[in-house]
Design a protein around this ligand. Sequence first.
Ligand code: S3P
Length: 168
Amino acid sequence: MKGNIILCGFMGCGKSSVGRRAAVLCGRELCDLDRYIEEKAGMTVSEIFARYGEEGFRRLERQAVREVAGTPGLIIASGGGTVLSGDNVEAFHNERGLIVLLDAPLAALQERLKNDKRRPLLQVPDRRRVINELYERRIPLYRAAADVAVDAGAPPLTVARRVAKLEK
Ligand code: S3P
C-alpha cells in the first residue's frame, strides 16, 4: 500500500491548492486537514479558535491526524501548525508517510496573505510583523519535520508536478 504524502509549510504556501492538483496527477484522494476538522466539529476553524482557543484547535488537530494518518494512499494538505507538533510528525512517519515542505519565499507569502480574512492567527493589526516573526520561528521547524522540500514559489500546477515526481 502507498504511504501518504503530507504537504506542510507556512500559511499561504499552497498546501490546499497544490494538494488538489497533486491528488489529480497522482490519482490519489485529497484529505484537507482543516476541512476534515471543520466537518467533524461542525464549525469553521475560526469558530473553533474563538470558542476553544488555539489549544482546543490543536487538540482537535492531533485527533484528526491520528485518524487520517493510517488511511493509506492519501495526499494530506496539513494546516500551517500541524507538523510543529512532534506527536503529529511521529504519527505520519509511523504510517510511512512522506512529509513534503512547500517552501515559498517570505515575500510571496506576505503578498498572498495580505488581505486574508479567514485565518485566525492573522486577524491582528500588525499582520506583516506577525507573519515575519512566525515565519522566522517556524521555518527551521518545518525543515526539521519534512523529509523533503520543494520550491513552492511557482504556480500551483508547477508545484504539484514537483510533488507528483516524489511519489514512491
Ligand atoms: C494555522 C494554519 C491554518 C489553520 C489554523 C492554524 C497555523 O491552516 O490550520 O488557522 O498555525 O499556521 P493553513 O496553513 O491552511 O492556513
